[in-house]
Design a binder for this molecule. Structure first.
Ligand code: SAM
Length: 697
């Protein structure tokens, strides 16, 4: 987790405005905070624009020139050079820098062009366009936004940019034709007025399509009557509301018709109608509600925080049901492999391995050392006790990569037992990482400066050697081999992870989620062709990243996306959410767990729509064939709250909310309006054996 800012100056350490407190990432000490916005702007251009494929040097220069911090809402200046959209007044957003640059590049603007922008918002994109063109007109439908944008542009002395207030779907006939028209909001189609006002040879760039299915479209006017259209890929914009766009209620304005959309019901009313009430956690009917997902190969269960008791208890109830009645044998959780392996040995009645009796000692301990998990693993052990066939017993596995030293210990211990000569070689190879084992986050910096590239080769060679000897090693004890092999894979992934984490960006996140997904695949392979898995991980890992800011704005993928791409409809992605209550979380990475009050959800969030339904706990089935009209209404992008192991209620909007299209992100959503913090295991829970084990003091 990047650390919090200590002063008002911009600081690279706080890496992401929208999700920096969501990720379960260890702290990285950055060398020195960037001194000023200029450097941040250069970094944004180099890393987020040039590296991601923006080639036009004039566009890159324009992005280097315009001070984005002058266009964001007060208090958000430090986030101005994150590559993400940010909230502005009137519940609108300032576009993500990458999309501003990509649209400007696509519009092929020349220095004496006349340009129209629809959706001026903060005025930022208009200012960028002003650097590229001779003259820019930008229209905004909200008067207050138009006024603010005009003031900002004037204060910066950009005298070729004229901000107007009005309905931009009608264009600006008195100033037409335009050499380029850029629309910063998504309409159902390309407004005819804008096509008419485009000069021959000019380009119009606009997001079109239903919410959740928007494409960025480039229209080129070839002749007076001929237009060519090009699809530039999927995007996610706020709606274009106006005469030739959408109506405020989500219906298509031009034709007044959006199939299936309800004309009379509010969104919360539609949610209430579709919601299926959840019984008590111990009522068998709770699990039965999830029978509809029992035929899937993988059922992924999310959580909107890492410290909410109801999310744990609901997932435990679903897990018990799927294990008991539907032959699921893999419970794979967002926890470190070697720690979860201790639990697995306990629940499957496999021999205990010396020195591993205190799993989950690392921050955040409450995530897995809590009363709900303790209850689940005792249930799993009792359940497995009644299953004679070892292969049919349900196992508990960790998908995550953080406990590198635990994994090194496990590989060495394994080789000491099965192949002492190989253990000697492995000791030497892993010796390269020894200085960093207690704080691997510092390894990245060391690897940069001291040429620690040899560690990479050493850990990969070790992993390969072990896998090559699979047949020899696995013949006596396949479970022990799987454990060792997975630990060796983890060390190789973790070595790379800590190295690239130093640079920030999507790569380290993607490596971690890819590792987690591959671990899941390895488990499914190991447990046979009919094996079925239940995954427990945060909503940010299991909801499809492609329809959230993660994928749309930052090129981040996640387990949910990879499962959908690989298993298609054989994967069920189930999100969880809450309106308010308490949560177990820390304020900073490695800080103490506190029970914090969860702010009531924001008015512009999905959570508020669920809260306004008036229902206290329910399952909402979002599968495509169910509740079609509701799905369409929910598909307008909104904010969604992500609380991780850190919760900072004071900066909640920047730290914990992110844009998403929820009905595309999940196949179902589980709602608890009020929730309570999970109970960490304390001394009072450690009185007797076997209750204590495997969570020793
Ligand atoms: N380009 C803006 C910037 O740099 O801050 C971001 C714009 S925001 C993504 C989209 C804007 O389009 C919102 O401010 C919204 O009010 C505006 N909008 C939506 N429909 C509109 C319409 N018919 N005419 C003008 N503005 C519209």
């Amino acid at each position: 987790m990047p650390r919090a800012r200590s002063s008002g100056s911009p600081n690279l350490a706080c890496r992401s405005a929208t999700t920096n407190c969501i990720r379960c990432l260890p702290q990285v000490e950055w060398e020195a905070p960037m001194a000023d916005f200029l450097k941040l702007r250069d970094r944004m251009v180099d890393i987020h624009l040039a590296r991601r494929g923006i080639r036009d040097s004039r566009v890159l220069q324009a992005m280097r020139t315009v001070p984005r911090e002058r266009f964001v809402r007060e208090g958000l200046e430090d986030f101005a050079y994150e590559d993400s959209a940010l909230p502005i007044e009137e519940e609108q957003t300032i576009s993500q820098p990458y999309i501003v640059a990509a649209m400007a590049e696509a519009a092929e603007i020349q220095s004496d062009d006349r340009v129209l922008e629809v959706g001026a918002g903060s005025g930022y994109a208009a200012a960028v366009l002003g650097q590229l063109a001779g003259e820019v007109f930008a229209i905004e439908r909200h008067t207050a936004l138009g006024k603010l944008a005009r003031e900002r542009i004037a204060a910066l002395g950009y005298d070729n940019v004229d901000i107007r207030v009005g309905d931009g779907t009608r264009g600006l006939a008195d100033q037409a034709p335009f050499d380029a028209i850029l629309v910063a909001a998504g309409g159902p189609d390309v407004p005819a007025a804008l096509k008419q006002q485009l000069a021959v040879g000019g380009h119009l760039v606009i997001p079109v399509g239903d919410p959740g299915d928007q494409k960025l479209c480039k229209v080129t006017r070839i002749t007076e009557s001929r237009f060519e259209e090009e699809n530039l890929g999927a995007v996610m914009f706020v709606p274009l509301i106006g005469e030739q766009g959408w109506q405020e209620d989500g219906r298509r304005a031009a034709s007044n018709h959006l199939p299936g959309a309800s004309k009379s019901q509010s969104l919360p009313e539609m949610i209430a109608d579709a919601a299926e009430d959840l019984p008590g956690f111990d009522d068998p009917a709770f699990g039965r509600l999830f029978d509809r997902f029992a035929g899937r190969r993988v059922v992924l269960l999310g959580e909107a925080s890492h410290g909410t008791g109801e999310f744990y208890r609901a997932r435990a109830a679903i897990t018990r049901h799927l294990i008991t009645h539907h032959n699921f044998t893999i419970v794979a959780v967002e926890a470190d492999w070697p720690d979860a392996a201790t639990i697995d040995r306990y629940v499957r009645h496999r021999p205990h391995r010396a020195g591993t009796d205190k799993p989950f000692q690392r921050f955040p301990t409450w995530m897995w050392r809590n009363t709900d998990i303790q209850e689940l693993i005792h249930w799993m052990r009792d359940h497995n006790d009644m299953v004679d066939d070892m292969e049919a017993r349900a196992g508990f596995y960790g998908l995550d990569i953080y406990n590198m030293s635990g994994s090194i210990g496990a590989v060495l211990d394994y080789l000491d037992r099965v192949d002492p000569d190989a253990a000697k070689v492995a000791r030497e190879r892993y010796g390269c990482l020894t200085p960093w084992q207690s704080n691997p986050a510092t390894y990245g910096r060391a690897a940069l400066s001291r040429g620690y590239a040899e560690c990479e080769k050493a850990v990969i060679d070790q992993c390969r050697d072990l896998l090559r000897k699979r047949l020899d090693y696995a013949k006596d004890d396949g479970d022990a081999f799987l454990d060792a092999a997975q630990n060796a894979r983890l060390i190789a992934s973790a070595e790379r992870y800590y190295r690239i984490m130093y640079y920030g960006g999507a790569e380290s996140w993607n490596l971690r989620d890819t590792h987690m997904f591959e671990t899941l695949q390895n488990l499914l392979d190991a447990r046979g062709p009919d094996a079925k898995a239940i995954v427990w991980a945060h909503n940010s890992h299991i909801g499809d990243a492609r329809v959230t800011d993660m994928g749309a704005a930052r090129d981040e993928l996640n387990i949910g996306q990879l499962c959908r791409e690989t298993f298609g409809s054989d994967a069920a992605l189930i999100g969880f959410g809450t309106h308010t209550g308490t949560v177990a979380a820390a304020t900073d990475w490695d800080g103490d767990m506190q029970v914090k009050r969860v702010n009531p959800s924001r008015a512009d969030s999905y959570e508020r729509q669920f809260h306004d339904s008036g229902k206290s706990r329910f399952l909402l089935d979002l599968s495509p064939e169910r509740h079609d009209a509701l799905r369409r209404r929910l598909a307008e992008p909104r904010l969604e709250r992500f609380i991780g192991v850190i919760y900072r209620p004071d900066t909640e909007l920047q730290s914990h909310y992110s844009q998403a299209i929820l009905p595309e992100q999940f196949d179902a959503f589980v709602w608890f309006d009020r929730t309570q913090a999970v109970t960490p295991l304390g001394p009072e829970h450690h009185r007797g054996v076997p209750e204590t084990y495997p969570f020793g003091e």
